[in-house]
Design a protein around this ligand. Structure first.
Ligand code: SUG
Length: 426
């Protein structure tokens, strides 16, 4: 029998990480807009999370930061000349556009693509649709860079089918709005895609049309389409993974995550009789506390000994109602046996928790063997990345620093050093 294992591919946090307040509806990013960011610290925090996964015995890979500022994108907006001239003119004439061009947002790999693992798909391949991220300008130019990396990391068409983005008219934000229930994970699973209905105070970033298209492309016959609750979007859950996460036969979700939870729970039980729905009631953890702490933006994983663990942001330990819920509910009796808290505060201040930083890939042994080895992490690789980040990532970036030519040069040099170390083309 083919064996499968989940490998999390994290977005390595790029040297242009900053707080520009680019995502309306994202509470943390709006709150921290204009603050000074610490790209080096941010990247080291992300790497420390990857090291924890390795220490726990889990598979870990990574995506590279994209080339920022995105000169090609600025040129499509009418700027011309050398890279430095393009940046200087864009910063002078349209600082918001420039901030959108320099964002390090590809770090949030949960938004890179939607992935249907091989056991679920009609042709038995892993299907991957790169996300168009068309709702937010700073994210809408990620997909070409992401697509290029996906093709490089997962090159074997016998194992992987990589699809171009859904047309931009239909917003698609990738795996952040995808869940899967399957136990064991190697069995065909029930795939769920969560969409938002427009009309609330903030944009609904995942469209129903995109969800349907992805199921069709991936050869998923009975995927469930689930509406996110408008109150969750209004409270700041701009992606489903801010209020719910699924793993094996467990759905861990806030009571107010879905528009019609009764219908969802019923169809899940019909599809998968041994599903465990671990619902957190609003009376114990308010939607507000869930969103502030990112309780549900945790990684729910199975360790090699078969036990399950939650990898949570440390903000959960600091939010009394959330900590109390965890103390009452995480136990040796399961279904979740242990909690590990990680410090990814630099990303959290932009609304990106542990789960946002990673794209889950459930791979057969053959598919894993076909992954580009430079993108799989081990302790030695982590040591090398750490030394590189220490040497090249800017220590700090204030909102005005992003307009300085020396900042652009530092970003270029950092990325060039990374690519040289990994022997990747520029
Ligand atoms: O798209 N923040 C990201 C956070 C993405 C989190 N991902 C998941 N939930 N899976 C976003 O809103 C803020 C950037 C800024 O404002 O500078 C930002 O893009």
């Amino acid at each position: 029998m083919t064996s499968f294992r989940e490998i999390n591919f994290d977005g390595l946090i790029g040297p242009s990480h900053n707080y520009a307040g680019l995502s309306p509806g994202n509470v943390a990013a709006t709150l921290h807009a204009g603050e000074t960011a610490y790209p080096r610290k941010a990247a080291l925090q992300g790497l420390a999370k990857m090291r924890l996964m390795l220490k726990l015995g889990l598979g870990q890979g990574f995506f590279l930061p994209h080339d920022r500022p995105n000169i090609a994108w600025l040129m499509t907006m009418g700027f011309s000349g050398s890279a430095a001239e393009v940046c200087a003119a864009a910063w002078r004439e349209e600082p918001l556009l420039f901030a959108q061009a320099i964002s390090a947002s590809p770090m949030w790999a949960a938004n890179a693509a939607t992935v249907s693992p091989a056991p679920d798909t009609a042709d038995g391949r892993v299907h991957i649709t790169v996300a168009n991220l068309s709702t937010m300008a700073h994210r809408s130019h990620e997909w070409p860079g992401t697509l290029a990396q996906l093709r490089r990391i997962f090159p074997d068409p016998r194992q992987f089918a990589i699809h171009e983005p859904i047309p931009p008219r239909f917003g698609d934000e990738g795996a952040a709005n995808f869940m899967r229930i399957a136990a064991p994970v190697s069995d065909p699973g029930v795939e769920l895609m969560v969409y938002g209905e427009p009309g609330g105070p903030f944009p609904a970033r995942q469209s129903l049309e995109a969800c349907r298209a992805i199921f069709r492309r991936h050869g998923i016959e009975d995927g469930l389409l689930v509406q996110q609750s408008p109150e969750a979007i209004a409270a700041g859950a701009f992606h489903n993974d801010v209020v719910a996460v699924a793993h094996e036969n467990i759905l861990f979700a806030h009571e107010q995550a879905f528009a019609d939870k009764a219908a969802l729970y019923e169809s899940l039980e019909a599809h998968c009789p041994d599903v465990v729905i671990l619902e957190v009631p609003a009376s114990e953890v308010s939607l507000r506390d869930a969103i502030a702490s990112y309780l549900f933006n945790s990684q729910l994983v199975t360790l090699p000994d078969g036990s399950r663990a939650l990898i949570l942001p440390m903000e959960c330990a600091e939010t009394p109602a959330v900590k109390a819920w965890l103390d009452r509910n995480i136990s040796a009796n399961g279904p979740i046996h242990a909690a590990h808290f990680v410090d990814v505060r630099e990303s959290m201040h932009n609304g990106g928790g542990p789960a946002c930083l990673r794209l889950r890939m459930l791979l057969s042994a053959e598919a894993e063997a076909a992954v580009h080895p430079a993108h799989l992490l081990d302790e030695r690789g982590a040591d090398r990345l750490e030394a590189l980040i220490e040497a090249h990532w800017p220590e700090r970036l204030s909102p005005s620093d992003i307009g300085l030519p020396q900042s652009w040069e530092a970003m270029d040099m950092a990325r060039a050093a990374l690519l040289a170390m990994l022997d990747e083309p520029l």
